[in-house]
Design a binder for this molecule. Structure first.
Ligand code: OSB
Ligand code: MG
Length: 367
């Protein structure tokens, strides 16, 4: 695989509505769109999903750009890889920085699939032609959350997630559960609790949640194993699973019954697929997480979600959930809670260059 040129576009877009968690509110989203171009002019696309500030992970748009420009892009340009599987090992001399790594690794997978003239999901061994979508409410107050969930249900979403914190969790979940008695409902705590809250969290069992995501520390695996033993509700880990090794630890300790796999958080397809395979063998279920991302990352999430083990609805919503207009064409569309997987080569979507230009802060080329 001869990679001749790499282009980075740094973009910024306002969300239609602010997205709130107990950690703060996202009003606008910066992102990094990566193009990897071969000697025939074929282009593979990736997206850096770090946020502008380090509220979700230590990586930011700024640190990703630094690592991409100074370290990973030079490594990739002077390498002579023959398959995208070699990119993650090529980056093994770089500690962590998984979102920067994934932005490039995913772009190389897209390019490779296009070189073969096949959809990426088929190259990955995916088996699903339709995937199940899920939406996340990010409203600061109860009434607004109920209104958002009504909107999602009207739009056809069958699985809804709400963000929770110790101050409002019980009231919020009771209100949503009363309004939607049969809904597949789950909660994401983004690390808002400690083990001292165990009795408090046990009270949430009555809401028949599909799972509670990352209740405890962002880097904790052990304490979640103690908590999972106390709860009827399934624990799902997000923040604390950043590698295959973390997944092994969580599985052997019994820390969770679900793992949310995000390409960016784990460093690309090679670690994501090996995590998926391991979880399948060990009886821990997986689904694909979201990052309030633009269309390129959405398209990669769709490809990943076609793998056999992704049998629970993902945090993948329509492009229009967050954006007035996305940077891809066609946009991602959820119909009756489902997304049709594209048949075109690679990730199956093109950059909408007009829109990209509108939202671009700057573009740089490397060769
Ligand atoms: O914890 O899953 C999370 C969004 C940004 C950062 C972290 C998380 C989220 C979400 C997914 O909950 C929201 C989405 O992409 O629709
Ligand atoms: Mg989460």
């Amino acid at each position: 695989m001869k990679i001749d040129k790499i282009i980075l576009h740094v973009i910024k877009m306002k969300l239609k509505k602010p997205f709130s968690t107990h950690l703060g509110t996202v009003n606008e989203r910066e992102g990094i769109i990566v193009e990897v171009i071969d000697d025939n002019g074929l282009r593979g696309y990736g997206e850096g999903v770090a946020f502008s500030t380090p509220w979700y992970t230590e990586e930011t748009v700024g640190t990703s750009l630094h690592i991409l420009k100074e370290v990973l892009i030079p490594l990739l340009l002077k390498s002579s890889i023959t398959h995208p599987k070699e990119v993650f090992p090529l980056f093994s001399t770089v500690r962590r920085n998984n979102m920067a790594k994934a932005a490039l690794e995913c772009a190389v997978w897209d390019l490779y699939a296009k070189q073969l003239g096949q959809p990426l999901w088929k190259v990955l061994g995916g088996t699903r032609e339709v995937i199940e979508a899920g939406a996340v409410a990010g409203a600061p107050a109860i009434e607004e959350t109920i209104a958002q969930v009504h909107g999602f249900v009207r739009d056809g979403y069958k699985r809804i997630k709400v963000k929770i914190s110790p101050e409002t969790d019980y009231e919020l979940l009771r209100a949503v559960r009363e309004e939607f008695p049969q809904l597949k409902l789950m909660a994401d705590a983004n690390s808002a609790y400690t083990l001292k809250d165990t009795a408090h969290l046990k009270r949430l069992d009555e809401f028949r949640l599909e799972m509670i995501e990352q209740p405890l520390g962002i880097d904790d695996i052990y304490e979640h194993s103690l908590l999972q033993k106390e709860l009827k509700t399934n624990v799902c880990l997000d923040e604390s699973i950043t590698s295959l090794h973390d997944a092994k630890s969580a599985i052997s300790l019994g820390s969770c019954r679900f793992i949310n796999i995000k390409l960016g958080r784990v460093g690309g397809y090679v670690p994501a697929v090996s995590m998926h395979d391991l979880c399948g063998q060990q009886g821990v279920r997986v689904w694909c997480g979201g990052m309030i991302e633009f269309g390129i990352s959405r398209a990669h999430n769709i490809a990943l979600s076609t793998l056999k083990g992704f049998d629970f609805p993902s945090d993948i919503s329509s492009s229009s959930r967050y954006w007035k207009e996305d940077i891809i064409e066609p946009e991602v569309v959820v119909e009756n809670g489902k997304i049709s997987v594209p048949e075109a080569p690679g990730i199956g979507v093109e950059l909408n260059r007009r829109r990209l230009k509108q939202v671009s802060l700057y573009t740089e080329e490397y060769s």
